[in-house]
Design a protein around this ligand. Structure first.
Ligand code: NAP
Ligand code: MG
Length: 502
């Protein structure tokens, strides 16, 4: 990274808040720094929203919802979303580089996974705008009853740092397709690409105030948004701990809430699995995006009969993962998003050791030189001899730490795999089709991947069981999160109602 550093990372970028179609300073005048986690250098100085800015943004969103936006047809909402998809596509490379510099993820992930997913999302929901329909209900008597599916109003969106632009798209696309307006609070670690998206939203021609982007800290800006009485719905993605705070804050005004929270997914490998596929799937499960994935396959349940062979191959491949400058296309693993996150990973490695788990590989930062020596890197880490009750198997680490638990018997396996407060996703590796479908039913999680892992599509519902949250994003299910149903009755008889006859 040293001499050939791209110029963008040498100059500090500056961003204001995007409220009511204007770029403005925070009322307090405060700013905060967004850091490049590969080097520890400041990437951007960003205006810091607090309660007064959130209030302004909610009011702007309300005016837009009741004003111009309510007059825009479904077709035109779709066209705006499609235009936005095209603008993102035209700037995909630059946005991917910024995402990599703000978050630390390898450029090949930002460019070939994150950006295509963002574009796909805006395209999919562009098409959805004209397919949001009510129903006709066959009620008895000479009555006509139908439903209207209407937007909720002002939606507050609070998102995490692991997929900054993807998370913004997951929230914005269905909310806007359904005719809502949005106040979006990005994560403090990664506000840059959401703000860049704000510029494209302007360029696409969305009326002012339809989208407002207000970066700031969770305890201030986030909390102000979640508890604002002018917000009709809060869509949150983040930790289970903060999700509970959001639900409590929203309860005060009975604001509708959807929550996409943490996970501790079982990635289950049977002895009859294709070994190469399973090893690859385990790597994808726990090391993709530095392990900072809510669906991370962090509990690897391994059939005891293949323990030695699998672990040898898993270890070898984990040690081959190329750690380094995330802007280098060859890099397969970048830094953790922040020093705080790095410390959390180190802490859990110490916990796992104390609990008696055996370290197979990793467990420490790699030796890097130059500017990267100040980055928050950590080696791919595997623990074996883990018991499902251990903290390393129960608590979400959100880093590149795999906990391997062996099993003998399917019933015991299912019972253990389900023994967690989470239920976001699970992986199953087997060539036995009957067993695959049997387990797909038995595992209590919102997404099941069979002989694959971490696959998403805008058309396919995503969300958690248990404390992994409620509500389903993506696909037509997402529209349910951003609309409400109105039932309309008309008497077709033309006669007075029969109850109070003279
Ligand atoms: P987090 O700490 O829960 O933060 C998420 C967002 O909430 C951030 O914007 C944060 O602001 C804000 N926030 C924090 N405290 C708040 C409060 N009291 N009131 C309102 N907002 C508040 O999560 P994270 O560390 O960014 O992300 C990691 C977590 O997200 C993991 O648990 C992961 O599993 C989960 N996740 C889930 C999914 C999913 O779809 N299920 C996807 C990705 C991530 P700050 O930035 O200032 O903290
Ligand atoms: Mg950053």
């Amino acid at each position: 990274m040293s001499a050939q550093q791209p110029s963008a990372s040498n100059t500090t970028r500056r961003y204001q808040l995007f409220i009511g179609g204007q770029w403005v300073e925070a009322e307090s005048g405060r700013t905060f720094a967004s850091v490049n986690p590969a080097t520890g250098e400041t990437l951007a100085e960003v205006a810091e929203a607090d309660a007064p800015d959130i209030d302004k943004a909610v009011q702007a969103a309300r005016r837009a919802f009741e004003g111009k936006w309510s007059k825009v047809s479904a077709r035109d909402r779709g066209r705006l979303l499609y235009k936005l998809a095209q603008l993102v596509e035209s700037r995909a490379k630059e946005l991917a580089e910024l995402e990599t510099m703000d978050n630390g993820k390898p450029i090949r992930e930002a460019l070939y996974v994150d950006l295509p997913e963002v574009i796909e999302h805006f395209e999919y929901f562009a098409g959805m705008a004209t397919k949001i329909e009510g129903e006709t209900i066959p009620v008895p008597g000479r009555m006509f009853n139908y439903t209207l599916r209407e937007p909720l109003g002002v939606c507050g969106a609070i998102i995490p740092w692991n997929y900054p632009l993807v998370m913004a798209a997951w929230k914005l696309a269905p909310a806007l397709a359904a005719g809502n307006t949005v106040v979006l609070k990005p994560a403090e670690q990664t506000p840059v690409t959401a703000l860049e998206l704000g510029k494209l939203i302007q360029e696409a021609g969305f009326p002012e105030g339809v989208v407002n982007i207000v970066p700031g800290f969770g305890e201030r800006a986030g909390a102000a948004l979640a508890s604002h009485p002018g917000v009709d719905k809060i869509a949150f993605t983040g930790s289970t701990e903060v999700g509970k705070k959001i639900a409590r804050a929203a309860a005060e005004n009975l604001t509708k809430v959807s929550l996409e929270l943490g996970g501790k997914a079982p990635n289950i490998i049977f002895a009859d699995a294709d070994m190469e596929q399973a090893v690859n799937g385990a790597l994808m499960g726990i090391f993709f995006n530095q392990g900072q994935v809510c669906t991370a396959g962090s509990r690897i349940f391994l059939d005891e009969r293949i323990k030695d062979e699998f672990l040898a191959r898993f270890r070898e491949r984990a040690e081959q993962i190329r750690i380094g400058d995330p802007l280098d296309k060859q890099t397969q693993m970048g830094p953790q998003v922040s020093e705080e996150q790095l410390n959390k990973v180190k802490y859990y490695v110490a916990v796992a050791r104390q609990e008696g788990a055996t370290l197979v590989t990793g467990g420490e930062p790699p030796a890097l030189s130059g500017p990267l020596a100040h980055g928050y890197f950590f080696r791919p880490t595997i623990f074996t001899d883990v018991k499902n009750e251990m903290r390393v198997a129960q608590e979400e680490i959100f880093g590149p730490v795999a906990a391997v638990i062996t099993f003998k018997d399917e019933d015991e396996l299912i019972q253990q795999a389900n023994q967690t407060i989470y239920g976001l996703s699970a992986g199953i590796w087997t060539r036995d089709v009957t067993r695959a479908h049997r387990l797909a039913r038995e595992i209590r999680a919102g997404v099941i991947w069979i002989n694959t892992y971490n696959i998403f599509n805008a058309a396919s519902p995503f969300g958690g069981y248990k404390q992994s949250g409620y509500g389903r994003e993506m696909g037509k299910h997402a529209i349910e999160l951003y609309t409400q149903v109105k039932s309309v009755w008309i008497d077709l008889s033309g006669r007075p109602m029969g109850w109070y006859n003279r």
